[in-house]
Design a protein around this ligand. Structure first.
Ligand code: PLP
Length: 403
């Protein structure tokens, strides 16, 4: 059996469908999947080729806790099996996740992280005449995928409460291909309500896809949207093990949606998964206390940071996640550069909010160092703080701002 057929067995995706779609897929095969890792790395490289080992890294929304103890044990125990492909382990993850969430297994498709299905959903459902609609500021990865599919990008400003402006997104273009809602939002960490998401499902343009990215859902009190998938709506939900589960470098994520929708993603890429990643993911979701424990750690450190920011009259977004936007009151790029010189690597600036920088909630020690460096930087003169240029491939994404 060829590798494609092996994957087809796993995914119920037929060889004929694969051949039908492969011509379209090959057109975009050379377009890189740009994700948080690349964007954070590009920002780091503006100052130093290599980030120092003792640097405070609060620029990529990583989880400093790493994989939980059980996940580490699963990874270690599988190292000797690393010479094998093992589809059973992938199947176990699918079965465990569907069981916990009350989903049919064929509605769950695992990937090496959620960046792939994000990219593939945008490729599958947008085109030159089917725009991609997203929030501003919002997570940029889908915009780069839209560039690959030739789709117009419509950026809709967040509401004054920092939620997605769902009514404006729904009305943005009657031919929209994908409406992307990141809940909680990256970079603001803010929530979009269940009512608003239900409105989007009921009112979005006919034939469009609602892509709901729940990368950070476990840190927050936001209502998950898996029930919309169970109700067979035109909705794809993304989950990742990179955030609360601390597995960004291990790589595992899920696309959850109707099987006919998931089949449209598979033409852009299908591969066997790293066995240690799927085993660690399975162990992680079976640890019943993990979400609450890690949510509390993140919430406590975030609240401490917010208390300090408030006491010092600094303005920030009311995040429920592991990142927030902080208004520096001056060009954010200068502040980033100055912070990096103090060995504190803070996240990037979004063009719509040029005075804001994104801050990831790190360990308590990371945030203490952040506070010291930030106060010094903000108290000093801006003279000599030069923003450095973006690499060419991250510039010039075609987009339209809606006001
Ligand atoms: N979605 C959002 C909103 C993210 O912030 C990220 C990464 O930071 C991803 C998806 C992709 O994560 P990964 O590919 O590591 O699963």
């Amino acid at each position: 059996m060829c590798p494609v057929e092996l994957d087809c067995t796993l995914t119920r995706f037929s060889r004929r469908s694969f051949l039908r779609y492969s011509a379209a897929a090959s057109v975009v095969a050379s377009i890189p999947i740009l994700t948080e890792a690349h964007l954070a790395h590009a920002q780091r490289r503006r100052v130093a080729k290599h980030i120092p080992a003792d640097a405070v890294r609060i620029d990529a929304n990583e989880n400093p806790l790493g994989p939980c103890t059980g996940a580490c044990a699963s990874i270690s125990s599988l190292i000797p099996e690393g010479g094998r492909y093992d589809f059973d382990l992938t199947e176990k993850l699918v079965m465990a996740f569907s069981d916990i969430e009350g989903l049919k297994p064929e509605y769950v498709m695992p990937y090496a992280g959620s960046s792939e299905p994000l990219h593939y959903t945008v490729l599958a459902f947008t085109s030159r005449d089917k725009p991609y609609v997203t929030a501003d500021p919002g997570y940029e990865a889908g915009m780069y995928a839209a560039k690959a599919s030739g789709a117009k990008v419509l950026q809709v400003p967040l509401t004054k409460d920092y939620a997605h402006d769902v009514k404006a997104m729904v009305a943005a273009d009657p031919n929209a291909g994908v409406l992307y809602i990141c809940n909680p939002n990256n970079p603001t960490g803010t929530i979009t309500s269940r009512e608003d998401i239900a409105y989007a499902v009921a009112n979005k343009p006919a034939g469009s896809m609602l892509l709901i990215d729940e990368a950070y859902i476990h840190f927050s009190d936001a209502t998950p949207s898996l029930d919309l998938v169970k109700a067979d709506k035109d909705v794809i939900v993304l989950r990742t093990f990179s955030k609360l589960y601390g597995m960004a470098g291990v790589r595992c994520g899920l696309a959850i949606g109707r099987p006919d929708l998931l089949a449209k993603l598979q033409v852009y890429g299908m591969n066997s998964l790293p066995i240690m990643a799927v085993a660690a993911a399975t162990t992680s979701i079976q640890d019943k206390d993990l979400i609450l424990q890690r949510k509390k750690i993140n919430t406590d450190i975030r609240h401490e940071t917010f208390e300090w920011l408030t006491a010092n009259n600094y303005k920030f977004t009311p995040s429920q996640s592991n990142c927030f936007m902080l208004d520096t009151g001056r060009p954010g790029k200068e502040v980033l550069a100055a912070m990096q010189k103090k060995n504190v690597y803070v996240g990037r600036v979004w063009p719509a909010w040029p005075t804001y920088i994104r801050v990831t909630v790190g360990t308590r020690s990371d945030m203490e160092k952040f506070r010291i460096a930030y106060k010094e930087v903000i108290s000093s003169s801006t003279a000599g703080l030069e923003p450095l240029p973006l690499p060419e491939r991250l510039r010039n994404t075609p987009h339209t701002h809606l006001s």
